[in-house]
Structure formats: C-alpha cells, structure tokens
Design a binder for this molecule. Sequence first.
Ligand code: SAM
Ligand code: DTB
Ligand code: SF4
Length: 331
Amino acid sequence: MNTVEAIDAAPPPVAAPAPRHDWTAAEVEALLALPFAELMYRAQGVHRRHFDANQVQMSTLLSIKTGGCPEDCAYCPQSAHYETGLAAEKLMSVDAVLAEARRAQAAGATRYCMGAAWRSPKDRDLDAVAEMVAGVKALGMETCVTLGMLSAPQAARLADAGLDYYNHNLDTSESFYGEIITTRTYRDRLDTLANVRDAGISVCCGGIVGMGEARRDRADMIATLASLPSHPESVPINMLVQVEGTPLAGRDALDPFEFVRTVAAARITMPRSVVRLSAGREQMSDEMQALAFLAGANSVFVGSELLTTPNPARERDAALFARLGIEPMPS
Ligand code: SAM
Ligand code: DTB
Ligand code: SF4
C-alpha cells in the first residue's frame, strides 16, 4: 500500500466524546495530581479537538461604576468594607463608555466587558446599562456585563437589550466561600447563573485561585462549574491580585504550576468552553502565560487596566503573542 493509500486508509478521526456534566471533585483532584507533562498532554489533546490552539479571544474590560460596593469579598479593592485608597466613582455616562469601547475596538478587542461594583443593579441603572449594551453591539463587538446578582426580570431586560455574555463568578468552592465572602451565599450566585441562562444570555463564570484555598477547593470549584446544566461559554480563571488594604493582601503567592494545572483541569472538564487567562497576568512571566495557553487557555483581557488593577500593556502582549504565534480568535 503506498503512502497516499495508507493515509486514505487511516481510521477516521475519533469524534470528541460529548462533554460531561457529572464531574466529581475527587475526579478533578486526581487530574490536578497527575504528573505535569501527563496533565498538559491530556489538556492539549482536548483543546485541539475543539479549538485552533494558536487563536486567543481578545476582550477588553471597563469599570463603568467603581468602588463603594456594599459586599465584603475579601479579594476585592472595590468593597466599601476595606480601606484600599480607591476613589469611588458613580456610573459613567453612556457616551463616555461608548468612546472607550471604540478605542478598545480600534486596538483589536472583539468583545467589550463592562463591570460595576454593585451587589445587584437597581432598575434605573439597568436602563443606562441597556443603552451601553445596545451601543457597543452597534459597533460590532460582542457585549458582556458583570453587575452582581440579577433577578429573572433583570436578566430578561438585558437579553432584550441584546446582551451576549453575563459574567458572574462562583470564585471558589462552596465550602471555602464563607471564608471569602459573608454578605451573600453560593446559592445566591447559582440563582443568578440560572436566571442568566434562562434568559438565553451566554454565561461567563469561573473563579479566583491563590486566595489560601486548598487544591481540593480548586477541584471542587472546577467540578461545580463543569456540572452546571450547561457549561459556561466562558470560564475565567483569575490569579488573585493582592491589593493592599484587603484581607487577602500579603499572603504567599500560589505556585504558578498550580495555576496552570487549574487551567488544564478547566480545559479537560469543559472542552467547548473558552477558558480565559484572566486577572493576574501583570504579575505572570511570559513563560507562565505560555504554559497557561498550552494548558488550554484561549482568551485574555487586553488593555492596560482590568477594573481597578493593572493588566499587561498592549505592547507587552503584542510582543508575547508574536513570539508564540498567537492570533486573535475571530468573533
Ligand atoms: N460586582 C460584581 C461581582 O462581584 O460579580 C462584578 C464585578 S467583580 C469585581 C468581577 C469579578 O472580578 C469577581 O467575581 C472576581 O472573580 C474578580 N476579582 C475581583 N477582584 C479581584 C482580585 N483582586 N483578584 C482577582 N480577581 C478579582
Ligand atoms: C473576571 O473573572 N475577572 C475580571 C472580569 N471577569 C470582570 C475582573 C478582574 C478584576 C481584577 C481586580 C480589579 O481589576 O479590580
Ligand atoms: Fe463588590 Fe463585586 Fe468587588 Fe464583591 S467582587 S466587593 S460584589 S465589586
């Protein structure tokens, strides 16, 4: 049989198995405990069955209402419970937001994410946010907002405005959640996720690592995300950004390999989700970011600021993507 016949006779590519929704924390913990090369090999295999491994989705984030939040999230510089020196600002005007969105689009963003430091939005706030969503959509970018907890009617209002994604993170395991946040419950988060999903809006839901949680907590968070009725379309994995004045400032940084392992476990358990290398990139080496992409991360925030903390400068990102041969993922 000559080479061409041999290739023609090659077995058809194995169809990717359907994503599972019954992952247990023990199974995910076993993934995290694999030898690093084995875990990375498995994650790359899953990643390549669903995505072009050289494409990364580019989002830009804007804080449309900053600081003065009544919640007590121990990681957050915007909580009114902590003295972080952050100047609170009221909701931006629609025109100011759209001007920022145009600048982000010109710099290559295909999705525009607007975040507000609220426990949950008041209905009058939603009117303004709905206008921002419609304006950003009219520019041709995907739209995302993260406004805190939502009722079913509020989710429907945002869906009517044409919202594409809603970010609402579970952040950690249910058992560790009370160590981090006391002004709301894990159930509150799951209820908002259900309202968002039922309104037909794509879900962006992930968490933060490096808050002092155990590996079992990271496994439990991933297993919970991967066992939601439908996998979040986007799964942001944030490395804790330690902000002076917050309770979580001053702790030992998480082992970078633990961060990469968590990305790989998210990739393996949620094969069709876009996994975002989210907060904390400013403190990561180029090598650590490259490992996260190899583990299956295929989205980043671009732009020099996240909500209130620094993000790699565009020039640094452009240099890294060029060295790695990474191209923007078409929206
Ligand atoms: N207030 C809304 C809420 O909490 O859902 C939306 C804004 S909140 C700042 C969005 C997300 O940013 C949080 O869910 C958390 O995962 C992430 N975040 C906030 N502060 C962070 C920090 N210091 N380090 C890493 N991620 C952080
Ligand atoms: C997400 O999971 N992380 C982003 C976005 N979704 C809203 C926010 C990160 C915030 C980091 C701390 C700050 O800049 O305030
Ligand atoms: Fe408020 Fe969101 Fe920060 Fe928590 S994470 S304090 S809810 S802005």
